[in-house]
Design a binder for this molecule. Structure first.
Ligand SMILES: [Zn+2]
Length: 269
């Protein structure tokens, strides 16, 4: 993704952070400085730990996709989530179902392991501000963060994970295009509800709502074009756009040609 920098790799997949990511850390640090430096640093560690879980979520999608011979261009962390760019659509709905579920499944495993750790440590739920700086508080926070990641990503709003699950289930009955039409239509209704809800809940929901609407429509359009046998310039542009907008969850399929060492590599289906 443009404006991203490589910070490492895992399983042969490059891991990048968007330039805006450190801004989030500075924001967290400065906004919690009022409670003291220790709590502020704890808040930064907590946010980094959540993004560690987001990264594992994206690796879950990528490694599930690899089982079906689908590679991953890269994984990028943004202030609002992570994106794994998969190289192509899976061949069968069942494969998309597995790839979509693999991300939230990773968070379920993390939540279960952390719950076990808390259980073994036998520490009580933190009640006061002083206890919030303890390791246990971070563990409790991470358990809830992982549960929220699962609940949020499994909302059936295409192209979020839950929406991909819905599309895959529909596609088993009626084929890819009609399934995408229904899932994207339903996703748009969810996006509009989310947009209205953002006024009362969180401004971050505005971005997510716009992402669901734009990226869902982009993927639907590109599928219509692929069915019609024309993948054109707009297709590439919309894919780039959907990649740039992918929020919180997100894996996107990138079939656009790409440049490697000056050569144009055409995608294979
Ligand atoms: Zn996901």
């Amino acid at each position: 993704m443009k404006g991203s920098y490589r910070i490492g790799g895992a399983f042969g997949i490059g891991i990048f952070v968007h330039w805006s990511f450190p801004l989030l850390l500075f924001y967290v640090l400065f906004s919690s400085l009022g409670s003291g430096l220790v709590l502020a640093l704890n808040a930064v560690v907590f946010v980094l730990a959540i993004f560690g879980c987001v990264l594992l979520h994206e690796l879950g999608h990528s490694l599930a996709a690899r089982r079906y011979g689908i590679g991953t261009h890269d994984i990028t962390l943004l202030p609002i989530g992570g994106v794994a760019r998969l190289m192509r659509l899976p061949d069968e709905p069942r494969q998309e179902l597995v790839i979509a579920i693999a991300g939230p499944a990773v968070n379920l495993v993390i939540a279960a392991v952390l719950s076990l750790v808390v259980f073994i440590l036998g520490n009580p739920v933190p009640t006061g501000l002083a206890e919030l700086s303890s390791d246990t508080a971070i563990l409790y926070g991470l358990i809830s963060a992982n549960l929220i990641l699962i609940a949020f990503n499994m909302i059936p709003a295409f192209p979020m994970d839950g929406g991909r699950v819905l599309r895959a289930l529909l596609a088993m009955k009626m084929g890819m295009l009609p399934a995408t039409e229904i899932a994207a239509g339903f996703g748009k209704i969810m996006a509009i509800l989310m947009f209205c809800g953002a006024f009362f809940l969180s401004p971050l929901l505005f971005i997510t709502a716009v992402f669901i609407y734009v990226a869902g429509e982009a993927e639907l359009q590109s599928m219509r074009r692929n069915v019609a046998g024309r993948a054109d310039f707009m297709d590439t542009v919309m894919r780039r756009l959907s990649g740039a907008f992918a929020v919180r969850d997100g894996f996107v399929y990138d079939k656009a040609p790409r440049k490697v060492r000056g050569r144009i590599i055409e995608p294979k289906d």
